[in-house]
Design a protein around this ligand. Structure first.
Ligand SMILES: Cc1ncc(COP(=O)(O)O)c(C=O)c1O
Length: 394
């Protein structure tokens, strides 16, 4: 931790995305920085190029100094989340007694799906969507069924209803895994859309599990609505975490939340699942939610600047690429189909431009010809990434 205090933004330090040099970032040993050779600029996996929020560093440092590195206990994380939800989303309905800590959001999704569906049952997802949804659902012995988003990157309620109708006529207990906000398009589902989803799920007897990991990353001007806050969603289950918004993926911890009618389901969660989260992770996530608000606001402002910067750079250097800035997440979903680079433009950008973006293909139907670019970096590196992308066409 030597030198750390110099890198931690004080609450009044405006933009954590401008704090770290490329040289310093290349010293990181995580997936983003170690998957590709040194000459590749990595703007792919959802890790952020930021120093941690000071309250998070303090919480972890205090735990190290105290040797407080045992097993997790208590409900502090859920309480912090409830306070954050009340303050940021005006949602008072996150009841701590209907929560459980889980190792991370993906393991939480698996555990929630186990509670509401059986082996071989279908799980509906809205492609294009976060790629691990597919293997996680398949590895737990469920069957992924796609209900693709509309061309506008938003939920298509007609397609969802057709899919639900078809599945409810079959055997088993179908479930629906909703991504809210949506990764990769950044769509923030409206209260009306979510109420319509809840009504359809009731009509067709489909249980809803919702991944709300990107919720704190909603852009200024957009309004995140927790799924469990809409009428009809009382039997839903949600997963929340500080991991995306404060860059804590390596400090494993997340919270599962049940609506009032799902409390009995959550009560069936095996106790051992709660042994999986890291106690230090729980401390870090709790500190982020309770004391990391100013840092988050600075980040959100920086991300908004980056969305505008990217739109301008693309218009100038790659005008054939279509980009609609998302209402949430730090991910940009770029339609590269007009570039004539085939189904997987990310491969061309990597080989010829030495810039690593996510290929759209693993996101499912609707991903071909698209790439996903991670905006959680400095304006300089975004500028360099677009320069490299443009050079790949030459
Ligand atoms: C929609 C979504 N869900 C889950 C995750 C992973 O969360 P965790 O590391 O807590 O499993 C990500 C990571 O980018 C994500 O974008």
């Amino acid at each position: 931790m030597d030198g750390m205090p110099h890198d931690i933004p004080a609450p009044d330090t405006p933009n954590p995305l401008r704090a770290l040099s490329l040289e310093r970032l290349r010293r990181r040993t995580s997936m983003k920085w170690r998957t590709y050779p040194e000459d590749v600029l990595p703007l792919w996996v959802a890790e952020m190029d930021v120093p941690l929020a000071e309250p998070v560093v303090r919480a972890v440092r205090e735990a190290m100094e105290l040797g407080d590195t045992g097993y997790p206990a208590g409900t502090a994380y859920a309480e912090a989340l409830a306070a954050f939800a009340a303050e940021r989303w005006a949602w008072e309905g996150l009841a701590v007694e209907r929560t459980a800590i889980v190792p991370d959001v993906m393991m939480g999704i698996v555990e929630m799906l186990k509670l509401v569906s059986g082996p071989g049952d279908p799980v509906v997802v809205n492609s294009p969507v976060y790629p691990p949804f597919f293997p996680f659902v398949e590895n737990m012995g469920r069957k992924v069924v796609e209900a693709p988003l509309g061309a506008d990157g938003r939920l298509d309620l007609g397609v969802l209803e057709d899919t639900f109708g078809r599945l409810s006529a079959g055997a088993g207990r179908p479930a629906y895994l909703l991504c809210s906000p949506q990764n990769p398009t950044g769509a923030v589902h409206t209260a009306d859309e979510l109420a319509a989803v809840a009504a359809l799920a009731r009509t067709y007897g489909i249980r809803v599990v919702v991944d709300e990991i990107h919720a704190p990353l909603t852009a200024p001007g957009a309004n995140f609505v927790p799924y469990l806050s809409v009428p009809g969603a009382e039997n839903g289950l949600s997963l929340l975490s500080a991991s995306k918004a404060w860059n804590l993926a390596g400090l494993k911890a997340a919270v599962a939340v049940a609506g009032p009618e799902a409390a009995d389901d959550l009560a069936r969660l095996p106790e051992e699942v709660g042994h999986g989260p890291s106690h230090v992770g729980v401390l870090a996530h709790t500190a982020a939610l309770l004391e990391g608000g100013a840092w988050l606001d600075a980040l959100l402002r920086g991300l908004d600047d980056n969305r505008r910067l990217l739109a301008g750079l693309l218009a100038e250097h790659l005008p054939a690429v279509r980009y609609t800035p998302g209402q949430a997440t730090y991910l940009a979903w770029l339609d590269c189909r007009a570039l004539g680079l085939g189904g997987d433009p990310a491969e061309v950008f990597l080989e010829r431009g030495r810039v690593a973006l996510n290929s759209g293909i693993p996101f499912g139907t609707g991903g071909e010809g698209f790439v996903r670019l991670n905006l959680a970096t400095s304006p300089e590196l975004i500028t360099e990434a677009v320069r490299r992308m443009a050079s790949a066409l030459g």
